[in-house]
Ligand binder design. Structure first.
Ligand code: MGD
Ligand code: MGD
Ligand code: SF4
Ligand code: MO
Length: 678
């Protein structure tokens, strides 16, 4: 880090640290040591100076007087938010002495780290933290809350997280936003699609909610939640039946085309229409549009994989571009995630070798149950980069678990979140702008170095720094737990197995801030599947106990409740981040429940009424938004709202903690509810 970076005034390049595919280049404007403006870096080749409203309002969050400045120790009951400041020395001493006792008495697996990607920096999310807990031999967390099911599903078809290069999608003539609210969640894909639209492209959105993306699209196709695989199979039925296939591509680059051709005969348009709610005429129109337009590009979103059948939904949609040979047309194909390209040297980064024996793995989607029911029990929880009291499914169970008097909980945070309120010790975290870290997008192909542009606020410390201190406190001598940020970055970039990173060094990043990976088009080429080809028929799936061909599996019933409830993200928060910042909350106003006019009428609900949504897991109170934005039988809310005031805004009080068909993924959008006027 250079002294100039801490200059009180100036403009400093940076990168957005949030869990968002766009990973924008930023320019941070400072005056008198404070950020006065955040804008996009116009020199960034993909994000081109445009950023979202959330991050334009970032200064409010970074300089929020509510940010934590010192370690805190709990003085009141769990959840009350009563704490007293303590020193770092006292905090580290208390934590490590509790852990040493636990390890001696119950073993290291009584301790569980819980984290996600509140800050995407590798050093603080998959670096020093992993090294520390590997060395300790704690229980391990299966980090499956976000895209696990879809990732596994896409992998069965394509061999990994490999898709179209975003910049190429300006060439597409048909762009399908499928289960992705891109206007809110991937704005630069929308900008690229706008460019394509000016050159004649048609934009289709397939979703359960006519949200900002559906309203912006040329054609919005509503469907019932969790029926996407049936829709895709219906499209395949028509593509094969009407010879809109690329037979040369199928022969050269896929396995199982003949089996699939036979298999999809069963998904005739009438049947598919009954399942999905998409009229037969629209199904034909969509399939013919897809079959007759190239390049065609599908942006596969996260929404459609947050279901019991989520893995299969993505696995199935991923077969479509193979059938029409879209992959061979520049800008054609699909993106689920592109995180497979920029793979770092994970062994060097995470140091799995420090883990001396196999330890139990706990699925983060079942954290409530794990805290309440697991034997031997979890006795201590160390939470960082995440806010499970708000974001994890079956929230009432999560809170019950966090409230356990015999659970020693440490939360490392920027704010006293709902989760932090349940901590025994709270540690203050720096913001990403105060740290050195390495960032990679899971959508575009750039890798970024973040160097600090602000002094740490108060006594706050980065994740890396805290784990170094905890290692000293535990008496761990390993060099891996002493490495500097620069050393870890060098180790992670030294990835001889990945040609995409060839030539990308710490020096290069230091000079340029961001550098593009050497990504080559997927086709012609060999995929990392067993066959080296796109697997329309998958032997790997058969071996893993799944049907080898794409299938539609209906969502399970729950207590005969009538509505599927889809609590999706909103525009001005990033998961629960910003839900505690006044400006962002003001922009969102209050949580709405979108429902169909017929459903509302049947329950005597009119627009603006306060309604109670409930099931056996909990209840939520929202304002009804009545109209045609969802199909009958579907209810949609947006935003993971903070709820320190007990207004019953925690949507995850209603969501199931079941795991999806693949990858132990979350099923946030497969829960069923009833609704009534208050
Ligand atoms: N503004 C904003 N941006 C974000 C986030 C945020 O919270 N706010 N979160 C970030 C994170 S962590 C992620 S993972 C991404 C997620 O961003 P997206 O990939 O857009 O995924 P979601 O927003 O979860 O859901 C997308 C859409 O899926 C729809 N949906 C739900 N069920 C179904 C279904 O069965 N079929 C179909 N076709 N559609 C369905 C929802 O109505 C929603 O419009 O966004 C990132 N960016
Ligand atoms: N109902 C419903 N629930 C959902 C979803 C949904 O669509 N619907 N989406 C799910 C998805 S896709 C995801 S990815 C998860 C996301 O869930 P989380 O990863 O928990 O995301 P956030 O709510 O943004 O919380 C991140 C927290 O990390 C903190 N933080 C930020 N930077 C740092 C740092 O450098 N160090 C430390 N120690 N802390 C830091 C922030 O202040 C914030 O409180 O939520 C899931 N939950
Ligand atoms: S949240 Fe996404 S769109 Fe907004 S600045 Fe960050 S990376 Fe860009
Ligand atoms: Mo996510």
């Amino acid at each position: 880090m250079t002294a100039a970076r801490f200059a009180a005034d100036g403009v400093f390049p940076s990168v957005c640290s949030l869990d968002c595919p766009d990973q924008c280049g930023l320019l941070i404007h400072k005056k008198d040591g404070k950020i006065i403006k955040v804008e996009g870096d116009p020199s960034h080749p993909v994000t081109k100076g445009a950023i979202c409203n959330k991050v334009r309002n970032l200064p409010e969050r970074i300089h929020d007087p509510a940010r934590l400045r010192t370690p805190l120790k709990r003085t009141g009951p769990k959840g009350s938010g009563e704490f007293t400041p303590i020193t770092w020395e006292e905090a580290i001493d208390e934590i490590t002495s509790r852990w040493k006792t636990l390890i001696a008495e119950e073993g290291a697996e009584s301790i569980l780290p819980y984290s996600f990607y509140g800050n995407m920096g590798y050093l603080g999310t998959e670096g020093m933290d992993r090294r520390f807990f590997h060395r300790m031999g704690s229980s391990r967390l299966q980090r499956s809350i976000c895209s696990a099911a879809g990732g596994v599903g896409y992998g069965y078809t394509m061999g990994g997280d490999f898709g179209t290069s975003p910049e190429d999608t300006v060439n597409a003539k048909l762009i399908i936003f499928w289960g992705v609210n891109a206007v809110s969640t991937n704005m630069h894909q929308v900008m690229l699609a706008e460019e394509a639209r000016k050159a004649g492209a048609v934009i289709v959105a397939i979703d359960v909610h006519k949200n900002r993306t559906g309203k912006w699209a040329d054609w919005f196709i509503p469907l019932r939640p969790g029926t996407d695989a049936a829709l895709a199979l219906g499209m395949m039925h028509i593509l094969f039946a009407e010879n809109m296939t690329d037979e040369a591509f199928l022969r050269e680059y896929t396995v199982g085309a003949e089996e699939l051709r036979e298999h999809v005969r069963a998904y005739n348009p009438a049947r598919v229409s009954t399942i999905t709610g998409v009229p037969v005429d629209d199904l034909y129109k969509l399939a013919r549009m897809y079959g007759n337009t190239q390049p065609s590009f599908i942006r596969i979103g996260n929404g459609l994989q947050h279901h019991d059948n989520g893995g299969m939904n993505v696995r199935t949609i991923a077969c479509l571009p193979a059938i029409t040979g879209a992959w061979l047309h520049k800008g054609g194909g699909a993106i689920k995630s592109n995180s497979g390209y920029l793979t770092l040297n994970e062994r060097a980064l995470q140091r799995h070798d420090l883990l001396k024996r196999s330890t139990r793995r706990i699925n983060m989607n079942r954290i409530g149950e794990a805290l309440l029911e697991l034997t031997p029990p979890i006795r201590s929880l160390y939470i960082y980069n995440s806010n499970p009291a708000i974001v994890a499914p079956d929230a009432n169970k999560v809170r019950e678990g966090l409230a356990r008097e015999d659970l020693f909980t440490v939360v490392h945070e920027l704010f006293l979140t709902e989760t932090a309120r349940y901590a025994d010790i709270v540690l203050p975290a720096t913001s990403s702008l105060e740290n050195t870290d390495l960032y990679e997008s899971y959508w575009h192909h750039y890798i970024h170095l973040q160097e600090p542009v602000l002094e740490p606020l108060g006594e706050s410390k980065s994740n890396v720094e805290v784990f170094r201190l905890l290692a000293v406190g535990m008496g761990y001598e390993d060099q891996a737990l002493k490495d500097s940020e620069e050393e870890i970055i060098r180790q992670a970039l030294d990835a001889p197995k990945n040609p995409v990173l060839e030539g990308i060094t710490y020096e290069l990043l230091k000079e340029h801030g961001f550098v593009k990976g050497k990504v080559r088009p997927l086709f012609p080429g060999k995929l990392p599947t067993a066959s080296g080809k796109i697997e329309l028929f998958s032997k790997a799936m058969l071996q893993d106990g799944y049907p080898p061909l794409p299938e539609y599996v209906p969502l399970p019933d729950e207590d005969g409740l009538p509505f599927l409830f889809v609590p999706a993200p909103n525009h001005n928060f990033l998961n629960s981040t910003f839900s505690n910042n006044e400006k962002h909350v003001r922009l969102e106003k209050e949580p709405l429940l979108h429902m169909h006019a017929a459903d509302a009428a049947a329950r005597g609900i009119t627009a603006g009424d306060m309604v109670k949504v409930w099931n056996r897991r909990g209840e939520c109170v929202m304002k009804a938004a009545v109209g045609e934005d969802v199909l009958p039988g579907t209810l949609v809310s947006q935003g993971l709202w903070a709820d320190a005031t007990g207004k019953k805004r925690v949507v995850n009080a209603l969501t199931p903690a079941r795991t999806a068909d693949m990858g132990g993924g979350a099923v946030f959008f497969s829960g069923r509810v009833e609704v009534e006027r208050l």
